[in-house]
Design a protein around this ligand. Structure first.
Ligand SMILES: Nc1nc2c(ncn2[C@@H]2O[C@H](COP(=O)(O)OP(=O)(O)OP(=O)(O)O)[C@@H](O)[C@H]2O)c(=O)[nH]1
Ligand SMILES: [Mg+2]
Length: 289
């Protein structure tokens, strides 16, 4: 019997969804940073076993949308609730369970296997974990709970095993050599966006967006031209920095990570442009997928 399914990872911002997804897929498909709202898209990662295929989706952390881009982000979360075969709901030992809004209630009513991953157990004591676990049993009585530390790769294998055991019977949805549904240029833009999250403070990460204008793979290197949007001139000058130093540092870090990801030399160009209010721009966000 062959088993397959969409395994969708959801939960609040910053609980470790992308870290977990990267370990489960063995690839750095999803950007991880210490800041909340790092993930903006639904990112699929596919893994194959002899008699199963798992199609993971990492999703943006659940928030109340304040602007159109965040609405688009939350649409990814809603869709991944409706098309899931298995739900992996992630929480951590830091957030209080009552900060999870209506989602646990929705999920508790669903008729599919639910795994509750309690992450970051490296940061707490057994006693606190027991308390949390009890509270979560009340919120998600249908879920199987698995405490892990994604960062230390502790007990993540148990998550994998529980998923495989929960998969319904079905065919492989994607060819065996496919790792993800997203094209290379998407990962190029995500890697640069991740570096912006790491290198800048305050609002800069949230008001920036990266677009790959051209992506040309040649025999010995990949030429990538990117455009970074910000919303105001002041943000543009912060992004670029004195004599371009800040941008150069960010772009170099991004180039290095791209070279590892694509296993090839990368020639990266970055331009910065002001595009007022892009986060509310319907026309731009209609291409957001
Ligand atoms: N101590 C500890 N930190 C962790 C663990 N797992 C993830 N983190 C850290 O938590 C932060 C957030 O991790 P992400 O994987 O980006 O979280 P996310 O849920 O995808 O966040 P959003 O995409 O913003 O919703 C990062 O700094 C991770 O290194 C863990 O098991 N222990
Ligand atoms: Mg994430």
């Amino acid at each position: 019997m062959f088993r397959s399914g969409f395994v969708n990872i959801i939960g609040n911002p910053n609980v470790g969804k992308s870290t977990l997804m990267n370990i489960l897929t063995g690839e750095r498909l999803s950007v991880v940073t210490s800041k909340a709202q790092t993930t903006r898209h639904r990112i699929m990662g596919i893994i194959n076993g002899e008699d199963y295929q798992i199609v993971y989706s990492d999703t943006p952390g659940i928030i109340r949308p304040k602007y159109k881009m965040q609405e688009a982000m939350m649409d990814f979360v809603h869709t991944s609730l409706t098309d899931a075969d298995v739900i992996v709901y992630v929480t951590d030992v830091i957030e209080t369970p009552d900060k999870n809004g209506e989602y646990p209630e929705k999920i508790a009513k669903m008729d599919i296997p639910v795994l509750l991953v309690i992450n970051k157990i490296d940061l707490t004591e057994q006693e606190n974990l027991n308390r949390l676990s009890e509270t979560w049993t009340g919120l998600l009585p249908n879920a199987r709970q698995i405490p892990v530390s994604a960062k230390e790769k502790f007990n993540v294998h148990a998550v994998h095993q529980a998923i495989v055991a929960s998969l319904p019977e079905g065919p492989a949805y994607f060819p065996k050599d496919e790792m993800t549904d997203k094209p290379d240029r998407f990962f190029a833009s995500e890697i640069l966006r991740g570096k912006i999250f790491e290198h800048y403070r305050k609002e800069i990460p949230y008001c920036s967006e990266v677009i790959v204008e051209s992506f040309k793979e040649e025999e010995r290197l990949i030429r990538i031209q990117t455009l970074i949007f910000v919303e105001r001139d002041t943000q543009k000058s912060i992004l670029i920095g004195k004599k371009g130093a800040a941008l150069k540092k960010t772009a170099t870090a991004a180039r290095k990570e791209m070279e590892t990801f694509f296993a090839k030399k990368v020639f990266l160009e970055t331009f910065v442009k002001v595009r007022r209010d892009w986060r509310n721009d319907e026309k731009y966000l209609s291409g957001y997928h």
